[in-house]
Design a protein around this ligand. Structure first.
Ligand SMILES: [Cu+2]
Length: 408
């Protein structure tokens, strides 16, 4: 009867929760299909009673300032668990470190309450028998969005058009066997490190996928040439190097949920376990390439594996703020003394323009007054230009749209 009531109560809570309330179920008999097609036993956090825990766990998402309430039900097989909110500034009672707050016993539940602090990328994981429970799959991402919930990195931060999370972890399939996972049925037991074989990961994951699974994953295949915001997270036991194609001009703008004082432009980003980085990336040219994610042994520094996430930019000219480039027209072309520039503006943004020669030399650059949304036009005096071929570019922050013209 008690069990029936338990499941009934979970069902009621599951269907009545509003957005700032999050419902998670801890399980230890989860199944996860790996790249070979085999099924691996995992621990993890599931969004509802019927589901196997996804790897990584469900996204916890809130706006800065929101009151967040996580109701965590432990439906696992005799283990106890917690939810540690890694990197979030929450009070000790709600931080899921068992000795300092509480842990949730089998067939029981507990609440975690916090007011969402700084916008940024965080993660959560179980903090009971962390070495095993975490590797077994008890982890997931947290995104705190700015107060207004907009596609901006934080309040007053960078706007972006698309976002991609690359959440890195690994599996050591031997650590997913019953002999290891059932080791801690006695919750007072302390692991004897000698009983656990050295960590030897054989699956290297991005968003829970590796190898062919990653290649088949549609969501990571195509990135438009808008402002792309990458949230990089490492919750494995390897350190990662994420290498972006140079054409993407990757810029690190935040680290561990805080804006960096200065933007760092780099193609290679090193991420140690538990760290998060925010990266803005876009390309001015079409590319068909991939982001490389390397996994290094933390003890020896040895490169263990490399995974690839395809990046395909087919239409580098399709920039959201300017509208369709086909609407950028230069009239007349060829031009003599005055060039008329016509374009369509879809966002209120500061604009400038520049004219460069065909060999890339800057001829002149100028800020433009604020334009209204929709179709706009301005004129450039071209009388001082020598005869030849030029490039006229409209620029905003990192967006550039260019068209050729000929000076008579
Ligand atoms: Cu646990």
């Amino acid at each position: 009867m008690k069990v029936l009531f338990f499941f009934f109560w979970i069902f009621i809570i599951n269907i009545t929760f509003s957005q700032t309330n999050i419902f998670l179920i801890g399980r230890t008999l989860g199944e996860k299909v790996i790249a070979t097609g085999d099924t691996l036993r995992v621990f993890g956090f599931a969004p509802n009673l019927g589901a196997h825990p996804p790897i990584p766990g469900p996204l916890i998402e809130a706006n800065q300032g929101d009151s967040v309430h996580i109701d965590f039900w432990n439906v696992s097989q005799l283990h106890h668990h917690t939810i540690h909110l890694h990197g979030l500034d929450v009070n000790q009672a709600n931080d899921g470190v068992p000795m300092l707050s509480f842990s949730v016993d089998h067939m029981d539940h507990g609440w975690y309450h916090f007011k969402a602090p700084h916008a940024g990328t965080y993660l959560y994981h179980c903090h009971v028998g962390s070495t095993i429970h975490l590797q077994a799959g008890m982890y997931g991402p947290i995104i705190i969005r700015p107060s207004d919930g907009s596609n901006t990195t934080w309040d007053g931060g960078y706007p972006f058009d698309t976002e991609t999370m690359l959440f890195m972890s690994e599996f050591d399939t031997f650590w997913h066997t019953d002999s290891i996972l059932d080791h801690e049925h006695d919750t007072t037991a302390v692991y004897d490190p000698l009983e656990i074989p050295p960590y030897t990961p054989d699956y290297f994951l991005i968003n829970g996928l590796s190898d062919q699974q990653l290649k088949d994953s549609v969501e990571l295949l195509s990135i438009t040439n808008y402002e792309n915001y990458f949230r990089l997270v490492n919750i494995g036991y390897c350190s990662n190097k994420v290498i972006f194609p140079s054409a993407l001009s990757a810029e690190i703008i935040d680290s561990d949920g805080r804006p960096l004082p200065t933007i760092e432009t780099t193609d290679t980003i090193e991420i140690y376990p538990g760290e998060r980085y925010g990266v803005l990336a876009k390309s001015a040219i079409p590319i068909n390439d991939s982001i490389q994610i390397q996994y290094f042994d933390m003890m020896t520094g040895e490169l263990k594996n490399t995974q690839y996430v395809s990046v395909e930019i087919t239409d580098a000219n399709k920039l959201s703020e300017f509208g369709d480039l086909t609407e950028l027209t230069l009239v007349p072309n060829p031009v003599d003394n005055e060039l008329s520039v016509n374009f369509n503006l879809l966002k209120k943004i500061p604009l400038s323009y520049r004219i460069t020669s065909y060999d890339g030399k800057l001829i002149f650059a100028k800020n433009l007054p604020n334009f209204d949304l929709g179709k706009n036009s301005f004129k450039i005096n071209t009388s001082s230009l020598k005869s030849g071929r030029y490039l006229m570019s409209l620029i905003n922050h990192k967006n550039i749209v260019s068209k050729k013209f000929i000076k008579l």
